[in-house]
Structure formats: C-alpha cells, structure tokens
Unconditional design. Structure first.
Length: 224
C-alpha cells in the first residue's frame, strides 16, 4: 500500500514546535463529511508501547464485512523516538503504523483508529493524520477524552451526546455497550460524524470497543 499524500509526512527528526506547525497545516485539509454505505473491508489500528521502554508494535487488522472475519493482520515493531506529549501522539505512532500499512495486501474501505480524530485541540488527532496520509475514510475511537465537554449519554447501547469544544461539535460520547463507559467517537477524514457513529455501532460485538480496534489492540499487544 502506498502513501497517497506524502506532503503530510515529515523528513528526519521533528521537534514539538515543528509538529504543531504541521498539524495546523493538516487540519485545514481534513474532510469532515462523507457517507460509506457498503464497505467490504473495515480495518482497525492500534499500537502498544512496552512498559519502561520506547519499543513498540503497531498492528493493523483488516476484517471482512459484515461477518467481521479476519482477512489480514500486519504488524511492525521498532523504537519510538518522538517524546510522549499529549496532542502530538501521531508523531510517535504514525511511523510504525505506516510501516505496517506498507505490508497490507487488502485496501480497507474504512479505518477505525484507537485514538482521536477531530476531537483534538488542533482538530488533527492520529485518525485525521492517518486519513490524510492514506486518503481513506477514518474514524477516531478513543477510550478517554482529550478535550471538550459532554453530557453523559443514557445507559442504553447506541445512545450518545455531542462532544463540544467552544460550541463546536468535535465528536460524540457514544455508549457502545449498556451501562459501560462511553467511547469518544470523532471524524478522522472523509466521513461524517453520523456515519462514523453508525459504523462503530455496526462493528460492536458485545464489547466496549468495536471489533476492528479491539482486535487491533490484541494484535499490537502480541495476543493475536
């Protein structure tokens, strides 16, 4: 798989100030709309960093829809060189994710990323960053909030409330399982928030996380 938009890549080392500057440029190019009606393949992406180490493993799991059967798993291991700075996680994780991406034989129609998309202070979380690079609809599926405020959704699975930042809707707090803490869903790139919520719920199989990111989490940790 090739990178469609390499202008969003950085060459060599990049410092936090340069990373923020690049994020501001990228944020202007994110497409916040789009409807996917009949995907054949949905991918999940996650990365695991070994405790007390900068060694990490990225995993991409591609599932055949609608049965969500595993069609392909690709991984990449290596050292992470960019420091841990909230809001700049994509600069730590994207290089290994792209290494795994280059190994894929199947091009997914939707990518679900364990992380944020527009629900980010500069509206450019890892799901948006990756979406711009590969030019495929991406959805951010985060377990915790990075910014914004929300009202707690009802306990029923499928209920959600808007995640707001200075009056702007940047995502949703979505109850993917009854009486379990909500996930924070946001547009990554080339898909609407409503369509993002729809596909996350279509991919839930009784767990808090949708099956693509749940399996990617297991694979990144060496358990799949």
């Amino acid at each position: 798989m090739r990178i469609m938009n390499d202008k969003y890549l950085w060459k060599g080392a990049i410092n936090p100030q340069e990373a923020i500057s690049l994020q501001k440029q990228m944020a202007a190019d994110v497409i916040k709309y789009g409807e996917i009606s009949s995907p054949s393949y949905i991918a999940g992406i996650d990365i695991a960093v070994w405790k007390n180490s900068n060694h990490a493993q990225a995993a991409i799991v591609v599932l055949k829809y609608p049965r969500l059967e595993i069609a392909e798993i690709k991984k990449a291991c290596g050292e992470i060189t960019f420091p841990y700075i909230p809001g700049l996680l994509s600069f730590r994780e994207i290089p290994l994710i792209l290494e795994a991406w280059q190994k894929l034989a199947i091009l997914p129609d939707i990518i679900m990323v364990d992380g944020h998309g527009l629900a980010h202070p500069r509206r450019i979380g890892i799901a948006s960053h990756l979406g711009l690079l590969v030019d495929i609809p991406t959805i951010g599926c985060a377990k915790s909030k990075l910014c914004g405020d929300f009202q707690t959704p009802s306990d029923k699975s499928g209920s959600y409330t808007n995640l707001l930042d200075d009056g702007e809707i940047i995502g949703a707090a979505l109850r993917t399982k009854t009486s379990v803490k909500p996930l924070f869903i946001s547009v990554g790139h080339k898909i609407s928030l409503e369509n993002s919520i729809y596909w996350v719920m279509r991919c839930c199989r009784g767990y808090r996380s949708p099956q693509p990111t749940r399996l990617a989490h297991l694979a990144a940790g060496g358990n799949l």
